[in-house]
Design a protein around this ligand. Sequence first.
Ligand code: OFO
Length: 184
Amino acid sequence: MLSEKMNEALNVQLNKEIYSAYLYMSMSAYSSYIGLDGFANWFMIQYQEEMTHAMKIYDYINDHGNQVKLMKIPQPPTTFDSALDMFEKTLEHEKFVTNSINELVDLAIEEKDHATYTFLQWYVSEQIEEESNDNEILSKLKLMGNDGSGMYMLNKELSQRVFVPEYTSKALSGSQNQTDNKSQ
Ligand code: OFO
């Protein structure tokens, strides 16, 4: 069992991951609307990745016999000034998530919760990768400025991104039911 405080904190993080998914889905929708299909693809894959981050926490809470409590998801912004604006907001949001993960790690240390500390290391590494990816795209956007051909090339590059799941949720794959059936 997780402590009540840790369970609460993980549920809050689960909500943040779902908000992240929602935010990137909104950016994907806006990219499609302004004709940047490559950007739309990149953000939609980011949406899928965020949902796996959320489901990983969902499974972890379940596995400990604690309760997953879903919360209200805030509305994300629906319009953006430009592709640059979207990536500036993406990086800003990821920095916020990194801080949030670091606070969870601090809590795990404080509570001597070694299992959760180990579990969170995956998120610590993931955040380094996410911020680095965002910084890379942001640098390209800043470098190209108003150069239309640069934007054309970057849009093409981002259209190549594919979703490679790093985690498959037990709850989604049905293996949770198989375990439940076995115990009946
Ligand atoms: Fe973007 O890494 Fe989860 O939130």
